[in-house]
Design a protein around this ligand. Structure first.
Ligand code: NAD
Ligand code: TYD
Length: 361
């Protein structure tokens, strides 16, 4: 059996997935099949720009449903799979880890099993060209001290949250399917992303929207935790690069070379919102910063050494943190309707659950 030009993407209605799908259509333009369960984090409105575009097809379905995955592979015969689908929010994984184990571990296992069966049925040359790209996180490496060197591809795994533990397990499964069965896999471990379409439970969009609305800005602990921020568009380019030129069986770390303390990110966001949406009656948004109870097991610092992907594949981030953050604030100010639409009952329930007790500190 031969494969087609199609790429099967999972989780392509979420934050990074939808950015990837949109930029794929602009840059590659070949057919893309998008399998997404549309959980609270998945939003077809992210893909509204593709309405009527027959190259993109969204299928609502679960990556844990092996029969569905096998049927889609049989019908569409993709040349590659790019796997984004996951439960992705650390705080939710602390409150309710079950869905993380199911989707991130069982779901990845199901995809690998079905991909293997499909791949074994391909013609020899297509079998060599097929790729399974697994999108993962730097959080699998655990937490760094202030002076530790950044994570590289050989750093030992030491996940600390149910989220990162479930992603680490999925990375190991991907590795094993390459090592044992020869499936041509690629794994990317990326740092914190930000940009358009990020669900407003994550730090940057949450702070932009709260600042705009004059609500408290809940900084966990003392705000000294450090994340290495990458503009989502740069992540999408990196994934396309690894997909086309990465070596099967390899992992690639992707990072923004933009380490920032949470408190510095939040104050910068306050200043940007003050500048772009002045509200003299409210005063400077910085006064909304509120230190709240810390996240249990909160990783202190993440930093990515992305020299391998730079050296081997020529990828480096194009966007600076300052410009990317400005573009992101602008995007949220221009898309308040999108925000309103996703702030459903479920979202409000989460905000109540996660912050009621923290704010009481
Ligand atoms: P997200 O939570 O915004 O989106 C996840 C998507 O997966 C949603 O569209 C959701 O509907 C879908 N999904 C969830 N369970 C599913 C299931 N069982 N079957 C099919 N679809 C399902 O996540 P994101 O921030 O876009 O992250 C995407 C991927 O990138 C994840 O694998 C995550 O671990 C990884 N990652 C994220 C970041 C980040 O900063 N957000 C950084 C590095 C890596
Ligand atoms: P988050 O966006 O949840 O990403 P991750 O935990 O995967 O890095 O959080 C980024 C950082 O911001 C993390 O150190 C936790 C912190 N944080 C807050 O201080 N307040 C908040 O309300 C949230 C959601 C996060």
């Amino acid at each position: 059996m031969n494969f087609t030009d199609t790429v099967l993407v999972t989780g392509g209605a979420g934050f990074i997935g939808s950015n990837f799908v949109l930029s794929w259509m602009e840059n590659a333009g070949t057919p893309l099949l998008n399998l997404d369960l549309l959980t609270y984090a998945g939003n077809p409105a992210n893909l509204a720009a593709l309405e009527g575009d027959t190259r993109h097809r969204l299928v609502r379905g679960d990556i844990c449903d092996g029969d569905l995955v096998a049927a889609l592979l049989r019908e569409h015969r993709p040349r590659a799979m790019v796997h984004f689908a996951a439960e992705s929010h650390v705080d939710r994984s602390i409150v309710a880890p079950d869905a993380f184990l199911r989707t991130n571990i069982e779901g990845t296992f199901t995809l690998l099993e079905r991909a293997k069966a499909y791949w074994l049925g391909l013609e020899e040359s297509d079998r060599r060209a097929f790729r399974f790209l697994h999108v993962s996180t730097d959080e699998v490496y655990g937490s760094l001290g202030t002076n530790d060197p950044a994570f590289c591809e050989t750093t030992a795994y030491a996940p600390n949250s149910p989220y990162s533990a479930s992603k680490a397990a999925s990375d190991h499964l991907v590795r094993a399917y390459h090592h044992t069965f020869g499936l041509p896999t690629l794994t990317t471990n990326c740092s914190n992303n930000y940009g358009p379409f990020q669900f407003p439970e994550k730090l940057i969009p949450l702070m932009i929207l709260h600042a705009l609305e004059g609500k408290p800005l809940p900084v966990y602990g003392d705000g000294s935790n450090v994340r290495d921020w990458l503009f989502v568009e740069d992540h999408c380019v990196a994934i396309r690069t690894v997909l086309e030129r990465g070596r099967p069986g390899e992992t690639y770390n992707i990072g923004g070379r933009s380490e920032r303390r949470n408190l510095d990110v939040v104050t910068t966001l306050c200043d940007l919102v003050d500048e772009m949406q002045p509200d003299p009656a409210q005063g400077p948004r910085r006064r909304l910063i509120t230190f709240v109870k810390d996240r249990p097991g909160h990783d202190q610092r993440y930093a990515i050494d992305s020299s391998k992907i730079a050296r081997e594949l020529g990828w480096t981030p194009a966007e600076t943190f300052e410009r990317g953050l400005r573009r992101t604030v602008r995007w949220y100010l221009d898309h308040l309707e999108w925000v309103e639409q996703i702030r459903s009952g479920e979202y409000l329930k989460w905000i109540e659950e996660n912050y009621a007790e923290r704010l009481a500190r």
